[in-house]
Design a protein around this ligand. Structure first.
Ligand SMILES: [Zn+2]
Length: 269
């Protein structure tokens, strides 16, 4: 889950509302222009050996993020998937791919990771997470004799970008490529973030075809000066999807999707 899941609601000032209105107009114009530009295509070079991808493993060994329906920590899912994506990217020639594993308590770790990403001067930062639900949606069940929690109501991946990142438009471009590749793998995105029932966790859906949302307050995106995207790879509070996320088949599908998106992104710069 995103690292600011339980923070107090952000106060919407009229300034922010006005910003959102003008953002919508800008986004619509950009989106039309982007489609026209894409139609022209474009031979471009991508030197994979020089392209630097940093894979930020969400949460830390001490503050392990969400708990799955079967009581496993999100951090373990994030680390395993990030390693698999790293292997896939390296096997495709992206030799400068690296994992960012941060330690310590949750909030200070966010600033540490943003600083590490900025120091790395990466071409792209991808933060890897697994999703859950707000506490009010949790239901109880017993797993291996232990009282446990789940919600089978929602599933799917989602991709987040922050308008506070100075490379917002470039970040959005990668986010859409990633969403498109996840869709091409037959995977669905998490619809609930656009729905009123999510209350203060509701987000603006920027690409309704492939599941890209705007989430300005995410520190790992907002404090980062390189193109940065946060990826919720799937839900681990959904009992079926948790099992899928543990399978090598699903991890390989996601590895293929990320690698394909990175190749396109690198080639389109
Ligand atoms: Zn998370």
């Amino acid at each position: 889950m995103p690292l600011v899941w339980r923070r107090s609601p952000v106060i919407m000032t009229s300034f922010v509302v006005l910003s959102l209105v003008s953002f919508d107009a800008t986004y619509a114009a950009w989106s039309r222009g982007h489609v026209r530009a894409a139609a022209k295509v474009v031979t471009s070079k991508c030197d994979r050996s020089k392209f630097k991808v940093i894979l930020d493993v969400g949460h830390t060994a001490e503050a392990r993020g969400a708990r799955s329906a079967r009581n496993l920590p999100e951090f373990d899912f994030n680390l395993r998937l990030a390693k698999r994506i790293e292997d896939k990217l390296k096997s495709e020639g992206f030799a400068q791919t690296s994992l960012l594993v941060t330690d310590g308590p949750a909030r200070p770790s966010l600033f540490k990771r943003a600083a590490a990403i900025n120091d790395s001067r990466a071409d792209l930062a991808l933060s890897i997470h697994h999703d859950s639900v707000p506490d009010s949606f949790l239901e109880e069940w017993e797993f291996e004799g232990a009282r446990s929690h789940f919600s089978d109501r929602f599933n799917g991946y989602s991709v987040f970008v922050s308008h506070d990142n100075p490379k917002f438009w470039t970040s959005l471009r990668f986010a859409r490529l990633l969403g498109r590749q996840m869709k091409a793998q037959g995977l669905q995105y998490a619809r609930q973030y656009a729905q009123p029932l999510m209350g203060r966790y509701r987000r603006k859906l920027l690409d309704k075809k492939v599941g890209v949302y705007r989430y300005d307050q995410l520190i790992v995106l907002a404090r980062t000066r390189v193109p940065a995207v946060l990826f919720e790879a799937g839900s681990i509070i959904n009992r079926d999807e948790e099992l899928a996320m543990e399978s090598t088949e699903r991890q390989d599908m996601i590895g293929v999707a990320v690698a394909s998106a990175v190749k396109e992104f690198c080639g389109s710069r």
